[in-house]
Design a protein around this ligand. Structure first.
Ligand code: PSU
Ligand code: MN
Length: 306
């Protein structure tokens, strides 16, 4: 693994790198801010196990006492899951959290940064941030998209929730040269549903094709990330009109309450959870596990290509 004064590795990750085993990064915002306790810590552990079962080593990433932790112990996962003063950490928050020795749960953007510092190429999560609806007025565009524009990490996700403007999100990614790759899918998945009205740029059928595309991008000197959009398994997908109505309601409430800045996404995610009375939680858990499986398989193929 790459040495860096700010980085601390778990024993499992260090041993993996000595054996040249592929490592898969996992984010911690999903634990601290994305799911309720205790489902969050249970899911975090299960997702790590799915990565292991598929031949790679999991590295959940967070900021603890100002250190970037690459790979967390069960106690550390428990702490992130239970404590309610963990700061949501995106790119702009890292210098503050690290210099002031604080605790932070890393978003997609921050996890990509830390993974890159550690030399990890594959990162698995649920959904990415994106261009928010009415961004033409608010300019609310997730830092995740800028990170994808410049940081060489592949993000395996189930697309993005339609709390966002998925069309504008795709336009933004296109402008910045970020391939959005449908995994056995022509459509951009919308997290809870397998499809959206938007098409992906390219489709791959298996981990080998994905790995070849990723490696080719970087060998061409085209820096930046890629999105592997992997639809939620059919049996766990939610009914489209149902989730659409829920999201509309959440968006209206955010507007009424004048929610802004970094609170927008957590507010909307919390509302969706509340309005679905937890029926969305199971979908969320299953899609992350499904992403972990595909992400680990891609990491294995990427390691073999080296
Ligand atoms: N979307 C989800 N679940 C999540 C997030 C987004 O469906 O947990 C989290 C991720 O950590 C993502 C972050 O990186 O929210 C984006 O926040 P913002 O829009 O403030 O950049
Ligand atoms: Mn935002």
């Amino acid at each position: 693994m790459m040495k860096h004064a700010y980085l601390t590795y778990s024993k499992e990750v260090l041993e993996a790198s000595e054996k040249n085993m592929p490592v898969v990064a996992l984010e911690s915002t999903i634990i601290s801010h994305g799911m309720p306790y205790p489902q969050n810590v249970k899911t975090a552990k299960e997702v790590e196990d799915v990565v292991r079962k598929n031949g790679a080593v999991p590295a959940t990433i967070a900021i603890l006492n100002g250190k970037i932790k690459i790979g967390l112990s069960h106690e550390e996962l428990e702490f992130l899951a239970k404590s309610n003063d963990i700061i949501k950490a995106s790119r702009r928050d890292l210098p503050y959290l690290i210099s002031q020795k604080k605790n932070g749960a890393t978003t997609v953007a921050a996890t990509m940064i830390c993974a890159r510092m550690a030399g990890i190429e594959v990162f698995v999560t649920g959904g990415i941030g994106g261009v928010h609806r009415e961004a033409e007025n608010t300019m609310d565009i997730s830092a995740d998209l800028q990170e994808l524009a410049k940081t060489n990490v592949v993000v395996v996700c189930a697309g993005a929730k339609s709390i966002l403007d998925l069309g504008l999100t795709l336009e933004y990614l296109e402008t910045h040269g970020v391939p959005v790759i449908g995994y056995q899918s022509n459509s951009l998945p919308a997290f809870y549903t397998r499809t959206s009205p938007f098409e992906v740029n390219v489709r791959v059928e298996n981990p080998d094709e994905a790995a070849a595309l990723i490696r080719t991008k970087w060998e061409l000197g085209l820096d930046g990330g890629l999105v592997i959009a992997n639809p939620i398994p059919e049996e766990y997908a939610l009914e489209e009109n149902y989730i659409k109505a829920v999201i509309e309601k959440a968006l209206n409430e955010a507007k009424e309450k004048h929610i802004s800045g970094k609170n927008v996404t957590p507010f909307l995610l919390g509302k969706v959870k509340e309005l679905t009375e937890g029926s969305s939680l199971n979908a969320n858990i299953e899609l992350v596990k499904n992403n972990a499986k595909i992400g680990a398989q891609i990491a294995v193929r990427l390691a073999n290509q080296r």
